[in-house]
Write a protein that binds this ligand. Sequence first.
Ligand code: URA
Length: 258
Amino acid sequence: MKSVYHLHLTDEQIEGAKIALLPGDPARVEKIARTAPLERPRFLASKREYTTWLSYIGQTPVLTTSTGIGGPSTAIAVEELAQLGVRIFMRVGTTGAIQPAINLGDVVITTGAVRLDGASTHYAPIEYPAVADYEIVRALIQAARKLQIPYHVGITCSSDTFYPGQERYDTFSGYVPRHLQGSLEEWRRLNVLNYEMEAATLFVMCNALGLRAGCVAGVAAQRTRSESVALDQLQMSEENAIRVAAKAVEILIQSGLG
Ligand code: URA
């Protein structure tokens, strides 16, 4: 029997699961594990920021494990899940859009990520691309279309920090270091779609380790209009991303992956 420390899990508990859905928030795990077409949800473990449930789509086991916020805790979750046998990782999160045509509640499907993180550099040098797995991107697009949820496909900026790295001024000091001043506008001009905090680490480490990864995120902030997360729309943003991710997992299983 193989057991892993931070996730507090064993290979026997995950019943051969090869696919994991990865929200950041432990409070979102049970909700995802109960979202159709996932069925027969069961709690497995909870330690620190890592909560894990197991569900099934038909005969195929699917895990949902929270990663906590940011690259370092995500890298621990992915490393330990891979040790237990997981090979496909699908982040399902929330995000701040930086293109004006993207609306609150839409989802962003990431093809590649700007590496504004640190953890990914521990897996591969900065020249190495942070790219999603093509089949996962395709499944996410198919899922969004089937569910008629508005979606956008493209490049995401993954930042280690929610505040200065995403150029937020509504903070304790109100100051953003000079090298990040104007960065939101620069990413916007370079056709980056959104900010979030985990995709770059996830993509680099999965490609470097021979694993597959994808990311879908619900738009919870519209940064061309406001720095704040839109709390009244947050639930819809989360739900849209979760529904797309769960459906995409079904599509991947039907296509022989997982
Ligand atoms: N997550 C982020 O990283 N940024 C946002 O603006 C919203 C969610």
